[in-house]
Design a protein around this ligand. Structure first.
Ligand code: ATP
Length: 505
């Protein structure tokens, strides 16, 4: 199955089983806005909990907050979002499609990268075992040429973005002969800047309403509360403030399902450090966050770092953790060294001091900040894409199984009576009642047992407990494992412990 088909299957599976629905679907939906269904909400909550526990519960010096979506409008002036939170957009005059100019160039760069890998694969075949890929990449004239070309394009785009030279940005697209991915045309408009913030009004128009914004990132809610938390929590540097919440961006091109949405959720942690130590902490959090992703047990090859070509106005270092989605490696999380930019700006615009008194050196200073920001919806999508498997079984049949990491699975245990008669449902319900305070359980009695197993496989339930006639005789049940499909019989008296152990494996 090719990657496009795989992705289409993931999307339809997400809908069919109640993970993700298009928003207001009965009205034909709203572009790039999605709702999470009964299983999606569970999976999303489990991702949130996994993140919150590892960031807040496991770190003595990190606390969590929940700040409002609406903020004083000056916040966004101070943060630079009113003036600078925009993307370069370009339209194709023939197809009438709109694109992000930087994304067109990045996709073009990715194509050159593919050419490089092809050269390397070809050479590896030719030279056999003695092949040294690194040496080849450094010396082969064709590969070197491609690399130089990529560097030149990157440098030119960086300059265009930094100096807002939109005319040369368009010229870059023309010079590189970049075509509309849909229609293949090169008939481009000029490049324009487009602010991504949604605005609305607070108060009645008669009172003189204020324009306010829907937050485009959760970070500012943390910065404006920095001193409140530091003082009331008696926090000492270095310390972090974490938050999970909604953010809104009027994305120019919203594609790829829940990868790029106009309303989405972020899991962010701002780590406040002593000036001068930020690079150490930046490296620390880059490593820690990669470890966190790896801890979910998904192949490490699916993750990589990508250093930013153009730094945001607030950053002195920035990298993304990219995930290998079916449509290629794309940003899943951003790690940014934000300097003291945000706190200093808020000091300037509010007239309030946001300084830290260092009890060791007796100095007052504005801390530096290292941010880790992961998109909850992008995590969700990565988990779905990774876990969706269409398996051929030994007997020739097929099954769709969601191999979700166990701690993220919506239901942990399905409990099923073999038949709907002879007291089996009553026994199974008794088991559910005993288990449900410890495990998210689903009771299922409809259809033949094989179909019920398939249904649980398709939603990623790691374990199924089956009650049969033997249960009534000797008090034993079977536990079936989603991944191996193996079954074992255990006594009901030890069922809870066995399930805990199996889920912890
Ligand atoms: P991109 O380059 O893909 O637009 P970004 O660099 O603007 O993303 P950040 O501002 O660093 O993103 O936001 C932090 C995280 O929030 C991202 O790593 C991503 O996971 C998530 N995120 C950002 N924009 C969206 C969106 N439109 N839909 C879903 N998640 C998003």
């Amino acid at each position: 199955m090719n990657q496009d088909d795989q992705f289409k299957n993931v999307i339809s599976h997400a809908k069919e089983y109640g993970f993700v629905f298009q928003s207001s679907e009965i009205y034909d939906g709203l572009s790039a806005v999605y709702d999470y269904g009964q299983l999606g909400a569970e999976l999303k909550n489990n991702i949130k909990q996994y993140w919150w526990k590892s960031m807040v519960q496991m770190h003595e010096n990190i606390v969590g907050i929940d700040s409002a979506i609406f903020m004083h409008p000056t916040t966004w002036k101070a943060s630079g979002h009113v003036d600078a939170f925009s993307d370069p957009l370009i339209d194709n005059k023939d197809s009438k499609k709109r694109y992000r100019a930087d994304v067109l160039v990045e996709d073009h760069l990715a194509k050159i990268e593919v050419k490089i890998s092809k050269e390397i694969t070809k050479a590896a075949k030719r030279f056999g075992e003695s092949f040294d890929a690194e040496m080849f990449a450094q010396t082969n004239p064709r590969v070197v040429g491609y690399k130089e070309k990529m560097a030149a394009i990157e440098a030119r785009m960086k300059r265009c973005l930094e100096e807002e030279d939109l005319a040369d940005f368009k010229q870059l697209i023309i010079d590189e002969e970049i075509v509309d991915p849909v229609g293949g045309s090169r008939n481009w408009t000029d490049v324009r800047q487009f602010n991504l913030m949604f605005s609305t009004e607070m108060g009645s128009v008669a009172e003189g309403a204020n324009t306010i914004y829907l937050r485009p990132e959760t970070a500012q809610g943390i910065f404006v509360n920095y001193l409140n938390v530091q003082k009331t929590g008696r926090m000492k540097l270095p310390f972090g403030i974490a938050q999970i919440g909604k953010a809104f961006r009027n994305e120019i091109v919203a594609r790829q399902f829940i990868f790029r949405m106009r309303e989405f959720e972020q899991m962010e942690m701002q780590f406040f450090v002593k000036p001068g130590t930020e690079m150490e902490w930046y490296q620390h959090w880059k490593d820690e966050r990669m470890k966190w992703h790896h801890s979910l047990g998904i192949s490490k090859d699916n993750y990589r770092f990508h250093d930013h070509i153009k730094l945001a106005h607030y950053a002195n270092a920035a990298a993304d953790i990219e995930y290998n989605y079916p449509f290629g490696f794309k940003e899943l999380e951003g790690i940014h060294s934000r300097t003291d930019f945000d706190l200093k700006q808020h000091e300037k615009h509010s007239g309030k001091k946001l300084q830290y008194f260092d009890p060791e050196t007796h100095e007052h200073y504005v801390p530096y900040v290292v941010e880790t920001s992961v998109g909850l919806d992008r995590m969700f999508l990565a988990m779905l894409c990774h876990s969706y498997n269409n398996e051929k079984l030994e007997d020739g049949s097929e099954r769709i199984v969601l191999r979700l990491p166990v701690n993220l699975a919506p239901y942990k245990v399905a409990v099923m009576p073999l038949t709907k008669k002879e007291g089996l449902p009553e026994k199974a319900r008794e088991i559910v009642d005993n288990l449900k305070s410890d495990f998210m359980c689903q009771y299922d009695e409809k259809d033949a047992i094989g179909r019920r197993y398939r249904r649980q496989d398709a939603i990623g339930t790691p374990l199924a407990v089956t009650v049969d006639h033997q249960t009534l005789e000797d008090g034993t049940v079977t536990i079936r494992d989603r991944d191996t499909m193996k079954q074992e019989r255990v006594h009901m008296n030890v069922l809870g412990g066995r399930l805990f152990a199996a889920l912890r494996k």
